[in-house]
Design a protein around this ligand. Structure first.
Ligand SMILES: *[C@@H]1O[C@H](CO)[C@@H](O)[C@H](O)[C@H]1NC(C)=O
Ligand SMILES: *[C@@H]1O[C@H](CO)[C@@H](O)[C@H](O)[C@H]1NC(C)=O
Ligand SMILES: *[C@@H]1O[C@H](CO)[C@@H](O)[C@H](O)[C@H]1NC(C)=O
Ligand SMILES: *[C@@H]1O[C@H](CO)[C@@H](O)[C@H](O)[C@H]1NC(C)=O
Ligand SMILES: *[C@@H]1O[C@H](CO)[C@@H](O)[C@H](O)[C@H]1NC(C)=O
Length: 339
């Protein structure tokens, strides 16, 4: 079984390896990178805070004046890792804890769809000790909050691993006017509120906005989504505080939007913006894939109205392919995880 799987993954990696590599200089194919509503998207994910708590804190409230507050944005499940996995894979694949997982290399992701269209992507990880690091944790960095490395289609492909970079690389990419089309930024375990609180994270965000997010090279052409992986209260609906900034219509600044969204909405918004097709998972389900309303006409997608009493709690464990199959669960005595 072990040998068969290893052989299979090796073959799957080979086929991934032959796919078009992202170009290092996006100026060569400018037209191809033009989206219908935006040319760049950046998600910044915070951790485990309840909507009502965040919405009372001045730093977050001040920033909300610059954007569209998403009043009805929902995480997929609990705890963290399955939400980050869902953001790139359109499913949690049965992951129901924060263990060390390797998602089989045959599983498609948003990175496949982007690269097929020669679009570029990077995952910025605050505190990661090196480019493409695959370890479980180091200092304030954790693998469970990295939406790329958990997929073996990335972790077994050196070209793709090179897209997993320290958070500080974002400032360099802004300065060089060399932003990838799809970006994901994970603040470390203190800055994202996981080991601190929403006040601490709000103070960090206020600084991050001043030094980085507000730079015209970024903000003028990038749709920025600030969101949280999950709510803190398991018995409650998994609604998370979320804000759209940057490439939004000016007259919508300081407004709010009550459309029902989930983490799959962000995937579908990206897919519709560049006509990427879909992964055929949560990103393709009308119940969970509404695109951001302000751009739905521009990208040509009709959202589904989900009435208040039809909104799921999204607070339960979702089992499936990988349930019970983490490195930890299959190596209860410990040992070294795959490189
Ligand atoms: C998230 O948790 C907070 C705090 O308990 C609660 O007020 C809220 O109703 C929960 N869910 C939603 C839908 O915000
Ligand atoms: C991917 O590989 C796994 C493990 O071998 C297998 O169980 C699964 O059915 C495969 N999935 C697809 C979509 O081919
Ligand atoms: C949040 O954390 C800070 C320390 O960073 C602390 O001073 C403050 O009391 C905490 N706030 C709450 C509401 O727990
Ligand atoms: C989800 O919320 C419902 C309703 O509050 C609660 O009964 C259930 O235990 C929650 N699920 C989890 C896993 O906490
Ligand atoms: C899971 O495995 C990783 C990598 O070996 C290890 O660092 C971590 O402590 C393990 N976690 C649990 C909950 O056993």
């Amino acid at each position: 079984m072990q040998l068969t799987l290893a052989t299979f993954f090796a073959l799957a990696t080979l086929s991934v390896g032959t796919m078009a590599a992202p170009t290092s200089n996006h100026h060569h194919h400018r037209d191809q990178h033009k989206g219908k509503a935006f040319d760049h998207i950046l998600q910044v994910w915070f951790e485990n805070q309840d909507f009502d708590v965040v919405n009372e804190i001045s730093t977050w409230k001040t920033l909300a004046k610059e954007g569209i507050l998403l009043d009805n944005f929902n995480a997929i499940t609990h705890p963290s890792e399955p939400n980050y996995v869902a953001a790139a894979g359109g499913s949690n694949f049965g992951i129901d804890n924060d263990d060390y997982y390797n998602i089989p290399a045959n599983i498609s992701t948003i990175y496949d769809l982007l690269e097929k269209k020669d679009l570029t992507w990077k995952v910025y990880q605050d505190g990661i000790p090196s480019v493409g690091y695959t370890g479980y944790h180091s200092g304030q960095y954790v693998r469970k909050h990295n939406p790329a490395v958990i997929f073996d289609s990335v972790a077994q492909n050196p070209k793709r691993l090179a897209n997993i970079v320290p958070g500080t690389q974002l400032d360099a990419d802004i300065k060089d006017d060399n932003l990838p089309n799809w970006m994901f930024y994970t603040p470390d375990m203190l800055n994202d509120a996981h080991d601190t609180n929403a006040t601490y994270a709000g103070n960090w965000l206020e600084r991050f906005y001043k030094t980085t997010l507000s730079k015209p090279n970024l903000l003028d052409k990038t749709l920025v989504l600030l969101t949280f992986d999950e709510n803190a209260s398991y018995p409650k609906r998994n609604r998370v505080w979320s804000l759209l900034l940057g490439a939004i219509p000016k007259h919508l600044k300081g407004t709010s939007d009550k459309t029902y969204y989930t983490h799959y909405s962000t995937l579908n918004t990206v897919e519709q913006n560049w006509d990427l097709g879909s992964l055929g998972r949560g990103d393709a389900e009308k119940q969970s894939n509404n695109v951001f309303e302000f751009l739905s006409k521009t990208v040509g997608y009709k959202n589904t109205h989900i009435s208040e009493n039809a909104i799921p709690l999204n607070n339960n464990t979702i089992t499936g392919l990988l349930t019970g199959k983490s490195f930890n669960q299959t190596h209860p005595q410990g040992g070294s995880p795959p490189p």
